[in-house]
Design a protein around this ligand. Sequence first.
Ligand SMILES: CC(C)(COP(=O)(O)OP(=O)(O)OC[C@H]1O[C@@H](n2cnc3c(N)ncnc32)[C@H](O)[C@@H]1OP(=O)(O)O)[C@@H](O)C(=O)NCCC(=O)NCCS
Length: 144
Amino acid sequence: MKLRLATALDAPDLARLENTQTLCAHWGENGWKTETAQPASIVWCAEEEGQLVGFAAMRVAAGLGEILNVAVHPNYCRRGIAFSLLSKLLQEARHQSCEELSLEVNIRNRAAISLYTKLGFLEVGRREKFYNAKEDALIMRISV
Ligand SMILES: CC(C)(COP(=O)(O)OP(=O)(O)OC[C@H]1O[C@@H](n2cnc3c(N)ncnc32)[C@H](O)[C@@H]1OP(=O)(O)O)[C@@H](O)C(=O)NCCC(=O)NCCS
């Protein structure tokens, strides 16, 4: 597995990859172009044999970081790819002197909650009916 920073040139592949998973945010090619061009945005991606198989996106502003989107292609799950990508975001947050990183996750997304817990994120709150006005979000946070 090769980890590297994504650029706007990766937007078509990032859009294809997000469509392999339902529980991530779906930004589309233009959304990824916009995101990767944002100075506050950091997107790490993982490659296997030249193909993009995972991404993790974060924004940092005023000492606070937010994880915005994470996904790994179903054929490459449970190999430590998301853990490695998020570890890169944590390193970057430290490098940028961030105080904390936060995120929202669907309360029913056990895989993602387990992933974030393994990295050291703690539940700090909930947003009721956050997803489609139906499902609750957990707010998770880590001091960096
Ligand atoms: C959540 C997701 C990103 C995990 O990616 P991954 O590369 O398979 O994760 P890793 O292999 O790095 O797993 C790290 C830890 O996450 C947890 N985890 C990952 N997949 C899991 C699953 N299916 N069930 C339970 N725990 C899981 C485990 O704690 C795992 O550690 P372990 O392997 O030592 O048990 C991937 O399943 C995915 O793309 N899901 C859909 C999109 C999504 O939910 N994004 C997050 C939105 S907030």
